[in-house]
Design a protein around this ligand. Sequence first.
Ligand SMILES: Nc1ncnc2c1ncn2[C@@H]1O[C@H](COP(=O)(O)OP(=O)(O)OP(=O)(O)O)[C@@H](O)[C@H]1O
Ligand SMILES: [Mg+2]
Length: 319
Amino acid sequence: MFKPGDAIIEARHLTKLYQVSRSKCLTACDDISLNFYRNQTLGIVGESGCGKSTFVRMAVGLEKPTSGEILFYGKNRLELKGEELRLNRRNIQMIFQDPSEALHPRMKVKEIICEPLFNFNLIKKSQMESKARELLEMVELPGSFAERFPHEMSGGQRQRIGIARALSLEPEVIICDEITSALDVSAQKMIVELLLDLQNRKQISIGFISHDLALVQQFAHQVAVMYLGNVVELMNGKEVSTKARHPYTQALLDSIFDLHMDYSKEIVSIDSEIPSPFNVQEGCPFKERCIHCMTVCKTEKPKLMEIEPYHLAACHRYG
Ligand SMILES: Nc1ncnc2c1ncn2[C@@H]1O[C@H](COP(=O)(O)OP(=O)(O)OP(=O)(O)O)[C@@H](O)[C@H]1O
Ligand SMILES: [Mg+2]
């Protein structure tokens, strides 16, 4: 299913440390290896501050890892030069949480969505109108939106403009960092359906970062669950609700709000605070909050290991 040959981006052992003061070092990502495959969606979930954005920023080349390497079609990204590097930048696009920040307030929609094409000298000024309309059609917005400014649209419509802009270069990988978090459920659904339809038509690889496991497991082929800078479980999206093994993933599943839930039963949720990413302690990162914590968990960090085909977990209970 996830053949190494189909990986467009391979992130290998990425670690990111931030030296925030002379004595304080923060571990944002700790030895993360994840791949982005053609025509597949990788969902990355976890609480705020667990390192999701830092990881994808490194994977797309916006931030330098402290250690580890990023391969693009099997070649170390640092070794790419000239045309290869240009192609790499064109082929990987990122869409951010707040579309307003990415959209220049004084530029019209047509200028915003065609800007990357001008930057790469792919169209002439005379082609802007027709290209803008084509891209708007692709994200199911009327062509008349080409003349609007960002403030004249809803949040969901602005997010589609962000997608149209990212797609204008026909990238092979699109990384969406919390792009649906600020939207209502129906707008969320429309954006996800739009992305999946584009994936079907263009075989793009999608990285979908979210704190919403319920949403991500519905459409991601593979789901990576992050905790305190670590990937603690990696598995088939379809199997998350039935086969998740890591106590953190199970706690996330237990705390998903459900209209049909049985209120007579105790609602299990992780009620303690996430530990500080400063000067990370030895042992399992989840040890303080884990209901199954054993002696070994306090001293030895569990490795992310295959517990069944295509299913990895970092937990001593399965070691
Ligand atoms: N430039 C930076 N300098 C210092 N610390 C940083 C920097 N960027 C991120 N961090 C820290 O690294 C950790 C991971 O941050 P990151 O933004 O990757 O988390 P996240 O999982 O994307 O969170 P959220 O869901 O809130 O977006 C956090 O503790 C954050 O404070
Ligand atoms: Mg983030």
